[in-house]
Design a protein around this ligand. Structure first.
Ligand SMILES: C[S@@+](CC[C@H](N)C(=O)[O-])C[C@H]1O[C@@H](n2cnc3c(N)ncnc32)[C@H](O)[C@@H]1O
Length: 206
């Protein structure tokens, strides 16, 4: 999806451990990874030391980023900004920070997972448990507010921020996938029948 990133200025939003930025760094890009959490940034720093990589890590809110406009060729986010930030605010920031023609690629839970996952614990089932309208901004009983707009809302918000949409890839698990103890919300069987993840690709006009 990312193509050749060599020489690109890349901003990772809500990058956590910054493993994606580390991969981009090795692929020849110039990444900057930002995250709101000091603890996550400490982990990212430890990972940089272990793997002998070095790129800027920035403590910042993806809804209000203290960086100059038009500084990046690519903005990426892997389960970072999309579920945890207000789409109107972080998409506007991504658009502001990209140069003309710059690309935005982000991964988040599929809308279907949000409709089928139980409120307490356990994997998504084969029943719709809530309305898509409840997902745009949902508070889970265990704490935490997440944003899972429907596809129509994503299209509207991306366009409002100035993006042209290239693709929505609805990602399924491969048929031989095994259920992972680290992926708590869908089983491999569920994710090979229904898409568990949505990958959006968009760009600013050149
Ligand atoms: C699932 S985690 C990290 C994902 C990352 N790809 C990784 O593998 O480490 C999501 C991250 O979003 C960060 N986050 C949540 N809200 C944020 C915000 N408003 N601005 C920046 N980062 C935020 C959290 O601190 C957390 O590190």
């Amino acid at each position: 999806m990312l193509g050749d990133v060599a020489g690109l200025d890349v901003l990772e939003l809500a990058g956590g451990t910054a493993y994606l930025s580390a991969w981009l760094d090795r692929a020849g890009a110039r990444p900057v990874s930002l995250d709101l959490s000091r603890h996550q940034l400490e982990t990212a720093r430890r990972c940089q030391a272990s793997f002998e990589t070095a790129f800027p890590l920035l403590e910042a809110d993806a809804e209000e980023i203290p960086l100059r406009a038009a500084s990046f060729d690519l903005v990426v986010s892997e389960y970072g900004a999309a579920p945890w930030c207000d789409p109107r605010r972080w998409l506007a920031e991504a658009a502001r920070l990209l140069r003309p023609g710059g690309r935005l690629i982000f991964l988040t839970h599929s809308v279907l997972v949000g409709l089928c996952v139980p409120e307490d614990e356990g994997f998504a089932g084969d029943r719709l448990l809530r309305s898509p309208r409840d997902l745009a901004c949902i508070s889970w009983p265990g704490g935490g507010v997440e944003h899972h707009p429907g596809h129509g809302d994503w299209i509207r918000e991306l366009r409002k921020a100035g993006f042209e949409i290239d693709a929505l890839h609805e990602i399924y698990a491969p048929p031989d996938a095994q259920t992972s103890e680290y992926y708590e919300i869908v089983s491999a069987d569920w994710a090979s029948r229904w898409p568990a993840e949505d990958l959006w690709v968009a760009h600013l006009p050149g």
